[in-house]
Design a protein around this ligand. Structure first.
Ligand code: ZN
Length: 314
Protein backbone atom coordinates (compact mmCIF):
# COMPACT_ATOMS: atom_id res chain seq x y z
CA UNK A 1 0.00 0.00 0.00
CA UNK A 2 1.27 3.44 -0.87
CA UNK A 3 1.60 5.82 2.07
CA UNK A 4 -0.92 8.55 2.79
CA UNK A 5 -0.15 11.49 0.48
CA UNK A 6 -0.38 14.24 3.07
CA UNK A 7 -3.49 16.30 3.73
CA UNK A 8 -6.24 16.06 1.09
CA UNK A 9 -8.50 18.83 2.42
CA UNK A 10 -9.59 20.47 5.65
CA UNK A 11 -13.25 21.33 6.20
CA UNK A 12 -14.51 24.04 8.54
CA UNK A 13 -17.79 25.66 9.49
CA UNK A 14 -18.76 29.22 8.67
CA UNK A 15 -21.81 31.19 9.73
CA UNK A 16 -21.28 33.80 7.04
CA UNK A 17 -20.56 32.67 3.48
CA UNK A 18 -20.22 36.17 1.94
CA UNK A 19 -17.58 37.21 4.48
CA UNK A 20 -15.93 33.81 4.11
CA UNK A 21 -15.59 34.19 0.33
CA UNK A 22 -14.28 37.71 0.77
CA UNK A 23 -11.62 36.56 3.24
CA UNK A 24 -10.42 33.36 1.59
CA UNK A 25 -10.57 34.60 -2.02
CA UNK A 26 -9.92 38.34 -1.86
CA UNK A 27 -7.72 38.58 1.25
CA UNK A 28 -5.88 35.23 1.18
CA UNK A 29 -5.84 34.99 -2.62
CA UNK A 30 -7.14 31.43 -2.88
CA UNK A 31 -9.36 30.33 -5.74
CA UNK A 32 -12.98 29.32 -5.11
CA UNK A 33 -12.79 26.10 -7.11
CA UNK A 34 -16.21 24.70 -6.31
CA UNK A 35 -19.42 26.24 -5.09
CA UNK A 36 -21.69 23.35 -4.24
CA UNK A 37 -23.87 22.03 -1.41
CA UNK A 38 -23.16 19.87 1.60
CA UNK A 39 -24.08 16.40 0.33
CA UNK A 40 -25.28 15.40 3.81
CA UNK A 41 -27.44 18.55 4.10
CA UNK A 42 -27.99 19.99 0.62
CA UNK A 43 -29.72 23.14 1.88
CA UNK A 44 -26.32 24.61 2.85
CA UNK A 45 -23.23 25.49 0.91
CA UNK A 46 -20.05 23.56 0.62
CA UNK A 47 -17.41 26.03 -0.58
CA UNK A 48 -13.98 24.78 -1.68
CA UNK A 49 -10.98 27.13 -1.81
CA UNK A 50 -7.75 25.86 -3.23
CA UNK A 51 -4.93 26.43 -5.66
CA UNK A 52 -5.51 27.02 -9.36
CA UNK A 53 -6.45 23.39 -10.03
CA UNK A 54 -8.29 22.45 -6.86
CA UNK A 55 -5.43 20.15 -5.90
CA UNK A 56 -5.45 17.91 -2.86
CA UNK A 57 -3.03 19.48 -0.41
CA UNK A 58 -4.30 23.04 -0.79
CA UNK A 59 -8.00 22.55 -0.41
CA UNK A 60 -9.73 24.32 2.50
CA UNK A 61 -13.49 23.94 2.48
CA UNK A 62 -16.45 25.31 4.43
CA UNK A 63 -19.97 24.22 5.25
CA UNK A 64 -22.11 27.31 5.71
CA UNK A 65 -24.67 27.30 8.50
CA UNK A 66 -25.99 30.85 8.20
CA UNK A 67 -25.74 32.65 11.53
CA UNK A 68 -24.02 29.71 13.27
CA UNK A 69 -22.57 30.66 16.64
CA UNK A 70 -18.83 30.78 16.89
CA UNK A 71 -17.13 27.72 18.28
CA UNK A 72 -13.79 27.37 20.02
CA UNK A 73 -11.11 24.77 19.45
CA UNK A 74 -10.44 22.35 22.30
CA UNK A 75 -9.69 18.70 23.01
CA UNK A 76 -10.69 16.50 20.09
CA UNK A 77 -10.37 19.28 17.55
CA UNK A 78 -7.91 20.81 15.11
CA UNK A 79 -6.81 24.15 16.58
CA UNK A 80 -4.83 25.72 13.77
CA UNK A 81 -3.78 25.26 10.15
CA UNK A 82 -0.29 25.95 8.83
CA UNK A 83 0.18 26.97 5.19
CA UNK A 84 3.47 27.15 3.35
CA UNK A 85 4.80 30.35 1.82
CA UNK A 86 7.98 30.78 -0.21
CA UNK A 87 10.12 33.18 1.75
CA UNK A 88 10.61 35.67 4.53
CA UNK A 89 9.56 38.33 1.99
CA UNK A 90 6.23 36.56 1.72
CA UNK A 91 5.85 36.67 5.51
CA UNK A 92 6.60 40.39 5.29
CA UNK A 93 3.94 40.83 2.58
CA UNK A 94 1.31 38.99 4.61
CA UNK A 95 2.10 40.82 7.81
CA UNK A 96 1.46 44.12 6.03
CA UNK A 97 -1.53 42.91 4.03
CA UNK A 98 -3.33 41.42 7.02
CA UNK A 99 -2.61 44.47 9.18
CA UNK A 100 -4.03 46.67 6.43
CA UNK A 101 -7.18 44.54 6.63
CA UNK A 102 -7.39 45.25 10.35
CA UNK A 103 -6.42 41.67 11.27
CA UNK A 104 -4.20 41.10 14.30
CA UNK A 105 -1.03 39.20 13.44
CA UNK A 106 1.84 37.75 15.45
CA UNK A 107 5.19 37.48 13.73
CA UNK A 108 8.10 35.30 14.77
CA UNK A 109 11.09 34.26 12.69
CA UNK A 110 9.71 32.54 9.60
CA UNK A 111 6.16 32.46 10.95
CA UNK A 112 3.05 34.57 11.01
CA UNK A 113 -0.11 33.71 12.92
CA UNK A 114 -3.55 35.25 12.57
CA UNK A 115 -7.22 34.32 12.74
CA UNK A 116 -9.92 34.42 10.09
CA UNK A 117 -12.99 36.65 10.69
CA UNK A 118 -14.67 33.89 12.72
CA UNK A 119 -11.66 33.08 14.87
CA UNK A 120 -10.06 30.14 13.06
CA UNK A 121 -6.33 30.23 13.70
CA UNK A 122 -3.95 30.09 10.74
CA UNK A 123 -0.21 30.13 10.51
CA UNK A 124 2.03 30.91 7.53
CA UNK A 125 5.54 29.51 7.55
CA UNK A 126 8.64 29.05 5.42
CA UNK A 127 9.69 25.39 5.22
CA UNK A 128 12.34 23.47 3.33
CA UNK A 129 10.16 21.09 1.32
CA UNK A 130 10.57 19.59 -2.13
CA UNK A 131 6.78 19.41 -2.69
CA UNK A 132 5.38 21.41 -5.59
CA UNK A 133 3.96 24.76 -4.51
CA UNK A 134 0.17 24.69 -4.95
CA UNK A 135 -0.78 28.26 -5.72
CA UNK A 136 -3.79 30.15 -7.05
CA UNK A 137 -3.66 33.12 -9.37
CA UNK A 138 -5.22 36.24 -7.88
CA UNK A 139 -5.46 39.91 -8.76
CA UNK A 140 -4.84 40.61 -5.07
CA UNK A 141 -1.79 38.50 -4.21
CA UNK A 142 1.39 38.39 -6.33
CA UNK A 143 2.43 34.86 -7.24
CA UNK A 144 5.69 34.97 -5.27
CA UNK A 145 3.78 35.63 -2.05
CA UNK A 146 0.89 33.22 -2.62
CA UNK A 147 -0.03 30.49 -0.17
CA UNK A 148 1.51 27.22 -1.41
CA UNK A 149 -0.64 24.57 0.23
CA UNK A 150 -0.83 22.94 3.63
CA UNK A 151 2.15 22.17 5.80
CA UNK A 152 0.11 20.74 8.63
CA UNK A 153 -2.26 21.24 11.52
CA UNK A 154 -2.08 21.52 15.28
CA UNK A 155 -4.50 19.26 17.12
CA UNK A 156 -5.63 19.17 20.73
CA UNK A 157 -6.34 16.10 22.79
CA UNK A 158 -6.93 15.22 26.44
CA UNK A 159 -4.74 12.15 25.97
CA UNK A 160 -2.90 12.23 22.63
CA UNK A 161 -1.25 8.82 23.19
CA UNK A 162 -4.15 6.95 21.56
CA UNK A 163 -4.32 9.45 18.72
CA UNK A 164 -0.60 9.07 18.08
CA UNK A 165 -0.73 5.27 18.25
CA UNK A 166 -3.35 5.22 15.49
CA UNK A 167 -1.17 7.44 13.29
CA UNK A 168 1.86 5.22 13.80
CA UNK A 169 0.32 1.76 13.76
CA UNK A 170 -2.62 2.04 11.38
CA UNK A 171 -2.02 5.06 9.18
CA UNK A 172 1.73 4.83 8.62
CA UNK A 173 2.74 8.27 9.89
CA UNK A 174 6.24 8.86 11.26
CA UNK A 175 7.11 11.03 14.22
CA UNK A 176 9.28 13.87 12.92
CA UNK A 177 9.60 15.69 16.25
CA UNK A 178 7.98 15.33 19.65
CA UNK A 179 4.25 14.73 19.10
CA UNK A 180 4.53 15.92 15.50
CA UNK A 181 3.65 13.30 12.87
CA UNK A 182 4.07 13.29 9.13
CA UNK A 183 2.40 11.34 6.35
CA UNK A 184 4.62 11.60 3.30
CA UNK A 185 3.49 10.11 0.01
CA UNK A 186 4.49 10.21 -3.63
CA UNK A 187 3.40 13.82 -4.08
CA UNK A 188 3.27 15.54 -0.73
CA UNK A 189 3.85 15.45 2.97
CA UNK A 190 1.38 16.67 5.56
CA UNK A 191 1.77 16.94 9.31
CA UNK A 192 -0.26 16.87 12.50
CA UNK A 193 1.09 17.93 15.88
CA UNK A 194 -0.73 16.98 19.04
CA UNK A 195 -0.93 19.17 22.12
CA UNK A 196 -2.38 18.06 25.41
CA UNK A 197 -5.44 20.05 26.41
CA UNK A 198 -8.28 19.33 28.82
CA UNK A 199 -10.27 22.24 27.51
CA UNK A 200 -13.48 21.10 25.89
CA UNK A 201 -13.93 22.22 22.34
CA UNK A 202 -17.11 23.89 21.17
CA UNK A 203 -18.00 23.11 17.55
CA UNK A 204 -19.31 26.06 15.59
CA UNK A 205 -18.35 28.78 13.14
CA UNK A 206 -14.61 29.24 12.85
CA UNK A 207 -13.74 25.66 13.82
CA UNK A 208 -12.59 22.61 11.88
CA UNK A 209 -15.25 20.00 11.12
CA UNK A 210 -12.84 17.35 9.82
CA UNK A 211 -9.48 16.77 8.21
CA UNK A 212 -9.07 14.51 5.19
CA UNK A 213 -5.92 12.53 4.40
CA UNK A 214 -5.11 11.62 0.81
CA UNK A 215 -5.12 7.96 -0.29
CA UNK A 216 -5.43 6.24 -3.68
CA UNK A 217 -8.65 4.78 -5.03
CA UNK A 218 -7.18 1.34 -5.59
CA UNK A 219 -6.28 1.13 -1.90
CA UNK A 220 -9.25 2.81 -0.25
CA UNK A 221 -10.83 -0.48 0.83
CA UNK A 222 -7.54 -1.71 2.31
CA UNK A 223 -7.15 1.54 4.27
CA UNK A 224 -10.67 1.16 5.56
CA UNK A 225 -9.89 -2.38 6.73
CA UNK A 226 -6.80 -1.12 8.54
CA UNK A 227 -8.91 1.45 10.33
CA UNK A 228 -11.34 -1.28 11.40
CA UNK A 229 -8.46 -3.48 12.58
CA UNK A 230 -7.32 -0.56 14.73
CA UNK A 231 -10.67 -0.58 16.48
CA UNK A 232 -12.22 2.42 14.77
CA UNK A 233 -15.62 2.51 13.10
CA UNK A 234 -15.39 3.90 9.58
CA UNK A 235 -18.30 4.67 7.29
CA UNK A 236 -18.61 2.74 4.05
CA UNK A 237 -16.79 4.24 1.06
CA UNK A 238 -18.95 7.20 0.02
CA UNK A 239 -18.91 8.57 -3.53
CA UNK A 240 -18.64 12.37 -3.20
CA UNK A 241 -18.56 12.71 -7.01
CA UNK A 242 -15.37 14.84 -6.95
CA UNK A 243 -13.57 12.16 -4.87
CA UNK A 244 -14.43 9.16 -2.68
CA UNK A 245 -14.46 9.31 1.11
CA UNK A 246 -14.41 7.26 4.29
CA UNK A 247 -14.97 8.95 7.67
CA UNK A 248 -14.16 7.85 11.21
CA UNK A 249 -13.40 9.36 14.60
CA UNK A 250 -9.85 8.95 15.79
CA UNK A 251 -9.33 8.02 19.48
CA UNK A 252 -9.15 11.63 20.64
CA UNK A 253 -12.42 12.52 18.95
CA UNK A 254 -11.21 14.32 15.83
CA UNK A 255 -13.19 13.44 12.71
CA UNK A 256 -10.84 12.04 10.07
CA UNK A 257 -11.64 11.38 6.46
CA UNK A 258 -9.69 9.37 3.93
CA UNK A 259 -10.27 10.97 0.53
CA UNK A 260 -9.01 9.83 -2.86
CA UNK A 261 -6.11 11.75 -4.35
CA UNK A 262 -6.97 10.36 -7.76
CA UNK A 263 -10.70 11.09 -7.68
CA UNK A 264 -12.56 12.80 -10.53
CA UNK A 265 -11.49 16.28 -9.42
CA UNK A 266 -13.32 19.59 -9.60
CA UNK A 267 -13.11 20.04 -13.37
CA UNK A 268 -15.31 16.97 -13.90
CA UNK A 269 -18.54 18.99 -14.15
CA UNK A 270 -17.33 22.50 -15.10
CA UNK A 271 -14.67 23.96 -17.40
CA UNK A 272 -11.40 24.29 -15.45
CA UNK A 273 -11.16 27.98 -16.35
CA UNK A 274 -14.51 28.95 -14.83
CA UNK A 275 -15.09 26.31 -12.15
CA UNK A 276 -16.40 27.72 -8.88
CA UNK A 277 -18.15 30.66 -10.48
CA UNK A 278 -21.64 29.19 -10.47
CA UNK A 279 -23.46 26.66 -8.30
CA UNK A 280 -22.34 23.14 -9.21
CA UNK A 281 -24.49 20.21 -8.15
CA UNK A 282 -23.40 16.59 -8.56
CA UNK A 283 -25.85 14.65 -10.78
CA UNK A 284 -27.57 13.09 -7.77
CA UNK A 285 -28.46 16.59 -6.54
CA UNK A 286 -29.35 18.29 -9.83
CA UNK A 287 -33.05 17.58 -9.30
CA UNK A 288 -33.13 19.85 -6.23
CA UNK A 289 -31.43 22.83 -7.92
CA UNK A 290 -34.64 24.87 -8.24
CA UNK A 291 -35.35 24.33 -4.55
CA UNK A 292 -31.88 25.03 -3.08
CA UNK A 293 -30.58 27.79 -5.34
CA UNK A 294 -32.99 30.45 -4.00
CA UNK A 295 -32.28 29.65 -0.33
CA UNK A 296 -28.48 29.73 -0.51
CA UNK A 297 -26.89 32.97 0.69
CA UNK A 298 -25.70 35.16 -2.22
CA UNK A 299 -21.88 35.40 -2.18
CA UNK A 300 -19.53 37.88 -3.86
CA UNK A 301 -18.78 37.33 -7.54
CA UNK A 302 -15.26 35.91 -7.42
CA UNK A 303 -14.54 36.72 -11.09
CA UNK A 304 -13.40 40.20 -10.04
CA UNK A 305 -10.37 38.60 -8.33
CA UNK A 306 -9.44 36.33 -11.26
CA UNK A 307 -6.61 37.65 -13.41
CA UNK A 308 -6.95 37.43 -17.18
CA UNK A 309 -5.39 34.22 -18.52
CA UNK A 310 -1.65 34.51 -19.13
CA UNK A 311 -0.81 35.10 -22.85
CA UNK A 312 0.56 31.56 -23.22
CA UNK A 313 -2.77 30.10 -22.12
CA UNK A 314 -4.87 32.02 -24.62
ZN1 ZN B 1 -14.24 16.21 3.68
Amino acid sequence: MRPIDGIHHITLITGDAPANVDFYVRVLGLRLVKKTVNQDDPTVYHLYYSDEHGSPGADITFFEYPGARRGAAGAGMIASITHRVASEDAIEFWEQRLRDEGIAVTREAGRLTFADPEGMSHELGVFERSDDPLIARSTEVPEQFALQGFEGVRAMGADPAGSERLLREALGFSEVSAHEWEARGEHRGGRIRFERSERRGVPGAGTVHHIAWAVYRAEMVQWRERVIAAGRHPTPVIDRFYFESVYFREPGGILYELATYDGAGFAVDEPAETMGETLALPPAFESIRARVEPILTPVPDVRRWRPAPAPAER
